[in-house]
Design a protein around this ligand. Structure first.
Ligand code: WT7
Length: 632
């Protein structure tokens, strides 16, 4: 059943964190707190929620009367910005750095919590002046600049719902997400600097707005400074609007269950789906998981090298670090620009203590060899983190030894856009096994089941499910609650279905194997095969297309496309190249297929379903397996 390569798992060797790491950890007795929290989840979450500020406390921790539409902290009034920014203004953290930013060109910015408050308040006033109100959707499509979190926080402050579209996506992806969310305002940059190249963000936005677009206003932050056409009456420069904006803005009082943001992710159909996260439960969950897993302390310098445009960035670059009053690093550019030690240079320069990244990045940097990190003093590091896909033991060990100096435990955090925060994750005192996310977070219970929803024995592969709700869970799919219930809660009634396969070993450690739906993880990015297929089919030469993922050394998976041409079109290397470029242009450069093959027919079942499994076996030269359902 598994779709992806399985790391050669060593289920017996434990890596025990050093005495130094263990002695300073916030959670000392993991086993005891796990048992206690599992026995009283509501008590645990109420206590965590009490660590945050509320305009009004909740009446009920959990309302589960309308499953699977759970409500948390019902009756509570808050705003995530109250906890992320406002509360710090009356403490020593006011003058502490919230963000240290480094541009790819080496420029730097240091933004304190007080300055962040000013910028966010000003931009919230700008949005207000553009007519943005509580509940309105705002699409944000920017490079990795500090203004990206500022724009997100400004929306949240007003109670507007942000929809960040990752800056690596292209026109079609952006257009679909704008339409679905019915955003009236789009915030972007003129361009972004990545790996020595300029990404034409403004031009992509222009391409995504047509006559049917709900976008009325575009705000453009000047980053690259190159000439971009501005449409009179529609497009405005960020700096022009900010010039006279007042630095005073009240934070909107929100219901705990009010939507805070939506974030699109790929599923099994081509239509984008936006997961809805809230002000209350999401705050409590991300604040808590970050605090315990990365053991954040005031003197830390924390760097999550992901993009703020993904859930990792929303939860663990923007909201959780700010709620914890942490100092974060944001780096604009590519990891090996201008040389393969750019990241190690940043770690040494700013004294980074916690580095959170993805296996694909580690494998990419590993290729350049250990001499590059060895040139830098990385002794400030005390914890490492990994997310996005299973980490193969080779990459784990390289990261552990060459970056962490064999001192720093790796927090391999398994979670999803849908879960809001870490679900299966170590903590600094938990003994590690390379490639395993260890065990479920406090109050959570995971179970691996077979087709019929029966729990399977240890060491047996099955479907990963989560029992019971948690505060950070997505509440629904924006505009489509039936799809939410169907996708996540119907396959195994009463349980949340993750879409992943996994196995649990005899020590109760979980090993994620990969997606079992039509979702591909490429360099940690999530794509639906349907999304890529519809991009291929939109090319005039293509009649039909099928897409699969195959193992790739650096990217985890690579995309392979198979297309059937329309009459009058013939196979040629140029056409295949054109089709690859077409996908990159419509969806984004990371979605560019590794290879496109022109075929005479696609293997289908008698009911017309493409047998991707068969394409996969053929491409890899493996046995074809059961082909009794194949038409012909
Ligand atoms: C899928 C979710 C959560 C932030 C980034 C990804 C895979 C994620 C791990 C991990 C093995 C992982 C799963 C999951 N995944 N983290 N530590 N070990 N697999 O969010 O784009 O929503 O993707 O990423 O397959 O279902 P996402």
């Amino acid at each position: 059943m598994s779709d992806q390569s399985t790391p050669t798992a060593d289920h017996s060797t434990f890596y025990t964190p050093s005495a130094e790491v263990m002695s300073r950890a916030r959670v000392q007795n993991w086993e005891a707190l796990k048992a206690e929290s599992d026995a009283d989840p509501m008590g645990f979450w109420a206590a965590r929620a009490n660590e945050l500020g509320w305009y009004q406390k909740w009446d009920t921790v959990l309302d589960d009367s309308n499953k699977p539409f759970f409500k948390w902290f019902v009756g509570g009034k808050t705003n995530i910005v109250h906890n992320a920014i406002d509360r710090h203004q009356s403490t020593h953290r006011k003058n502490k750095l919230a963000y240290i930013w480094e541009g790819e060109d080496g420029s730097q910015r240091f933004v304190s919590f007080a300055e962040l408050n000013t910028e966010v308040s000003k931009f919230a006033n700008v949005l207000k002046s553009l007519g943005v109100k509580k509940g309105d959707r705002v699409t944000i499509y920017m490079g990795r600049v500090v203004e990206l979190p500022i724009a997100m926080l400004a929306c949240a402050k007003l109670g507007a719902i942000h929809s960040v579209v990752y800056g690596g996506f292209s026109t079609e992806a952006l257009k679909g997400r704008i339409l679905d969310s019915q955003s009236t305002v789009l915030i972007t940059c003129d361009g972004a600097n990545v790996s020595g190249k300029r990404i034409e963000l403004k031009a992509i936005c222009d391409g995504a707005i047509d006559a049917e677009s709900p976008i009325k206003t575009m705000v453009v932050y000047k980053r690259t400074g190159h000439d971009v056409p501005m449409v009179e009456g529609r497009d405005f420069w960020w700096h022009d609007l900010m010039k006279n904006a007042s630095p005073k803005c009240e934070t909107e009082v929100m219901d705990a269950e009010d939507p805070m943001f939506i974030l699109y992710t790929s599923g099994s159909t081509g239509k984008p789906k936006a997961l809805v996260h809230t002000h209350g439960g999401y705050s409590v969950y991300t604040y808590t998981t970050f605090r315990y897993v990365f053991d954040i302390q005031d003197e830390d310098r924390y760097w999550c090298a992901a993009d703020p445009g993904w859930i990792t960035g929303h939860s663990y670059i923007v909201y959780a670090p700010l709620m914890n009053g942490a100092t974060s690093i944001i780096y604009e550019g590519g990891p090996s620009y201008p040389a393969p030690d750019r990241w190690w240079n940043i770690v040494a320069k700013y004294g980074v203590t916690i580095l959170y990244t993805a296996p694909t990045a580690i494998r990419g940097l590993m290729r350049f060899g250990a001499d590059w990190p060895a040139k830098h003093d990385l002794s400030s590091l005390r914890l490492l983190g990994s997310v996005g896909e299973p980490i193969n033991p080779e990459a784990w060990r390289w990261f552990y030894e060459n970056i962490g100096g064999s001192r720093c435990p790796i927090m391999d955090t398994w979670w999803q856009t849908e879960t809001g925060g870490f679900m299966i994750t170590p903590m600094p005192v938990v003994p590690l096994k390379p490639g395993s996310g260890t065990r479920p977070f406090f109050t959570l219970k995971a179970e691996i089941v077979d087709e019929n929803g029966e729990a399977v024995a240890p060491e047996t592969e099955g479907y990963l499910t989560i029992l019971g709700p948690w505060p950070g869970m997505a509440r629904t799919i924006y505009g489509d609650s039936a799809r939410y219930a169907q996708t996540y809660w119907s396959r195994f009634p009463g349980r949340y279905f993750t879409g992943d396969s996994a196995r649990m070993d005899k020590d109760g450690y979980y090993w994620i194997i990969g997606r079992v739906d039509d979702v591909l993880k490429v360099s940690g990015y999530r794509f639906g095969t349907a999304e890529i297929e519809s991009a291929l089919v939109s090319h005039p030469a293509v009649a039909e297309a099928a897409v699969i993922g195959l193992p790739h050394e650096v990217r985890g998976n690579a995309i392979y496309g198979y297309v059937l041409l329309r009459q009058g079109h013939n196979d040629s290397p140029e056409l295949r190249e054109e089709l690859r470029a077409h996908v990159a242009k419509l969806v984004g450069p990371i979605a560019k297929p590794e290879k496109v093959t022109i075929v005479d027919r696609l293997p289908k079942t008698r009911s017309g379903k493409i047998m991707r499994r068969l394409l996969k076996a053929r491409e890899q030269g493996l046995p074809e397996g059961d082909i009794s359902t194949l038409e012909e």
